[in-house]
Design a protein around this ligand. Structure first.
Ligand code: SF4
Length: 698
């Protein structure tokens, strides 16, 4: 490799939240191979995406010139553009023209409607510095908190419950804590597909004797390594978890001393879960009472137990309640704050933790400090020299609704693709095409860019410097490996260029200067200077001093709540928003697949990955396929009350009867034309994991 490549550069994987460190080999200005480095999250390992998903960077479909919409091009909801026909709708422009148009359109809306007319989506694929600048631009430039990103679609409910219960939205222990655990619960997560390197630590621990309990309505490979595999009925998480809590309480498996010292709400929990006996919940969740009892005992009485969860838990109208149950399990048993214990929501995108920490969410400034707190807001008003919006902003799905209600008229979208990732795409795409002014900054002509007025060609991960924070709270540096194509520019430079056209007079002497300004606002990374990051490569936050390693295990002594105590919030059963009926008799669930990442904009353009999974599929149990008179491999139409898509039928015994699974990465058959936009009332996350659907031959 050294002989072949011109150079190798140390960086970090651009895909999932595991944050594997990489060594990127470059020849003739192109990435030619990627290998794992000895990072704290991967110890030289990489999955198929990290190893083979790099050639999207040099794809001929990269945007290389600024584009502006032609004056006569209609904003058609049903528009579909490719690299071959996009010049019928857009024309190439100079940077000055594109940036002027982008800023003038945003400014014009601000002048007529104020901040209420503007919204921005930043990106969890971008760096911490870009996330910080983007939320600053929207808040300072447009005096609104209407700024959000894809965390709203993945772990917003987890963060809502964690902030309420333990005062912090981040993980309490790294996933590698599996090595110290005696018992692990993996619920609503499929790490073999979505966090593959993290899965290797979980499997290795199971092999070494740690008890593994996997809870998932769909079967999965991890169940082969598990002591218990609980295929519960979809949408019944609270029934199952409250039954486990019932056993913990009635069999006195809780830690009385720990509760007395650290936890409020136990009496209310005792009261609430009286009726949730395993016997009563067995017909609801589909897991027999005996198994529920055994699992509760195993989790509660093991010396060290840890819980991992994913979007199967969070993407429900009762997502926050699901996480409240998991927090209650940890707090009643004291399974938190020690090595081998804790709560770990596995993060989806490489920087969703960091982007959230940097304030790219409508309720909070950096470090989750409320925009509604007068003192905190005054601190930012002093620093940024502007009066700031005193109320929390709208979230991702609320922004789409507000556009169609005549509120928001202009948006700046950096690196996100809501025209593929938002639920109920007919609604979302109608909203995007209704905007008076849409600026899209991206590396490809995404489905969202189809609706833009101005498109700014931006930087891929491999082309820029920046920090990224993984699911373990490890802050790591991504480095430029190859030049940007054509006239493309770094995202952070473009955000600054827009800010200065709005008259904000920003001046940063490069990425380290942005990081240092961000750090000045964030206690969590106070002791992690840019210079330290350069020197150490990876630092976990929080660190107690500039020369002490970061704290991997949090909350051994107290929680960062007002009184230092954790809080149990008892929950009731809340049914899914839309249940199967005679017209739509099946349950549809959506998610990712191993080879493709999120909306597929990057991995569909990576040759190896697209060759492995090249076409849209719906997976169904073979018994259902037979029952419905369908054939494996045939084209079928999957339909819900919101839309229909046509794709190939695949047999999968892991999918329970009565269910269908569709990945959301295929633009040819976007799963989100089908999904339900109904929101969890606390986390404002849509119910991607459950809606009523039907299937028929195409
Ligand atoms: Fe990249 Fe995640 Fe795979 Fe690691 S596990 S190589 S971070 S996609």
């Amino acid at each position: 490799r050294e002989v072949y490549a011109d150079k190798t550069i140390d960086s970090v994987c651009p895909f999932c939240g595991v944050g594997c460190l990489t060594s990127v080999s470059v020849k003739d200005g192109k990435v030619v191979s990627v290998e794992g480095r000895n990072g704290p999250a991967n110890e030289n390992r990489l999955c198929v995406k990290g190893r083979f998903g790099f050639d999207y960077v040099s794809s001929p479909e990269r945007l290389t010139k600024p584009l502006v919409r032609r004056d006569d091009a209609p904003k058609d909801v049903g528009i579909s553009l490719t690299i071959d026909n996009y010049l019928e709708v857009f024309r190439e422009a100079s940077w000055d023209e594109a940036l002027d148009r982008a800023a003038i359109g945003l400014k014009a809306t601000f002048e007529t409607k104020g901040g209420a007319g503007i919204a921005g989506f930043g990106s969890a694929k971008g760096s911490n510095e870009e996330a910080y600048l983007f939320q600053k631009l929207i808040r300072q430039g447009f005096q609104t908190n209407n700024v959000d990103h894809c965390t709203r679609l993945c772990h917003a409910s987890s963060v809502a419950a964690l902030m309420e219960g333990i005062g912090s939205g981040a993980v309490t222990a790294p996933f590698n804590a599996a090595e110290d655990a005696d018992c692990m619960i993996v619920i609503g997560a499929r790490p073999e597909q979505n966090h593959p390197v993290a899965a290797t630590y979980i499997k290795q621990a199971a092999k070494n004797g740690t008890k593994l309990i996997v809870m998932d309505p769909r079967g999965q490979g991890l169940m082969r390594h598990a002591d218990y595999g609980l295929k519960f009925k979809p949408g019944t998480d609270v029934a199952m978890l409250n039954a486990i809590l019932n056993v913990i309480v009635t069999e006195k498996l809780y830690d009385e001393q720990y509760i007395a010292a650290h936890v409020d709400g136990f009496e209310a929990l005792k009261e609430k879960i009286q009726d949730f006996t395993p016997e009563a919940m067995e017909p609801v969740c589909g897991i027999d009472a005996g198994t529920l009892r055994e699992v509760a005992r195993l989790y509660a009485t093991s010396p060290r137990s840890i819980i991992y969860w994913g979007m199967g838990v969070s993407q429900h109208v009762h997502g926050t309640d699901n996480v409240r149950c998991l927090i209650a399990m940890a707090l009643t048993t004291g399974q938190i704050g020690r090595p081998g214990t804790g709560l770990h929501p596995l993060r989806g995108q490489n920087n969703v933790q960091g982007a959230s920490d940097a304030g790219l969410i409508p309720m909070v400034f950096p470090d989750y400090r409320s925009v509604e707190n007068v003192d905190i807001r005054a601190e930012y008003e002093d620093a940024w020299g502007r009066t700031l919006d005193p109320v929390r902003g709208l979230t991702v799905v609320e922004i789409m609704d507000d556009i169609l209600a005549g509120g928001i008229e202009a948006m700046y979208i950096q690196g996100e693709n809501p025209a593929m990732s938002d639920p109920d795409q007919n609604h979302a795409r109608k909203a995007l095409s209704s905007l008076k002014h849409l600026v899209v900054q991206d590396i490809f002509l995404t489905e969202t860019a189809w609706h833009a007025d101005v498109i700014l060609p931006a930087s891929a991960h491999a082309e820029k410097l920046g920090t990224y924070t993984n699911t373990n709270r490890q802050v790591q540096i991504g480095r430029p490996c190859v030049p940007m194509p054509g006239e493309a520019r770094a995202d952070w430079e473009l955000i600054i260029a827009i800010a200065n056209r709005l008259g904000l007079d920003w001046s940063y002497d490069g990425v380290p200067a942005i990081y240092e300004e961000m750090r000045s606002h964030m206690a969590s990374i106070q002791n992690i200077s840019w210079e330290r990051l350069e020197r150490e490569g990876t630092v976990t936050y929080p660190a107690d001093s500039p020369d002490k390693p970061g704290n991997e295990i949090l909350f051994g002594q107290s929680f960062p709540t007002a009184d230092g105590r954790g809080k149990i919030v008892p929950t009731d059963l809340v049914p899914p928003d839309e249940t199967p009926d005679a017209d739509f008799p099946m349950v549809l669930t959506t998610g990712r697949m191993l080879e493709h990442w999120h909306t597929g904009a990057m991995t569909r353009r990576a040759a190896v990955l697209d060759a492995i999974e090249p076409e849209p599929v719906v997976s169904m149990n073979p018994r259902d396929i037979k029952l419905q008179g369908l054939e494996i491999g045939q084209q079928v139409t999957v339909e819900t009350r919101r839309g229909a898509i046509t794709l190939t039928l695949r047999a999968d015994r892991d999918v329970s009867t009565g269910m269908m699974f569709v990945p959301f990465c295929f633009y040819e058959a976007p799963a989100n034309f089908l999904t339900n936009p109904q929101l969890d009332p606390f986390g404002k996350i849509p119910e991607f994991k459950f809606c009523a659907a039907r299937i028929s031959a195409a």
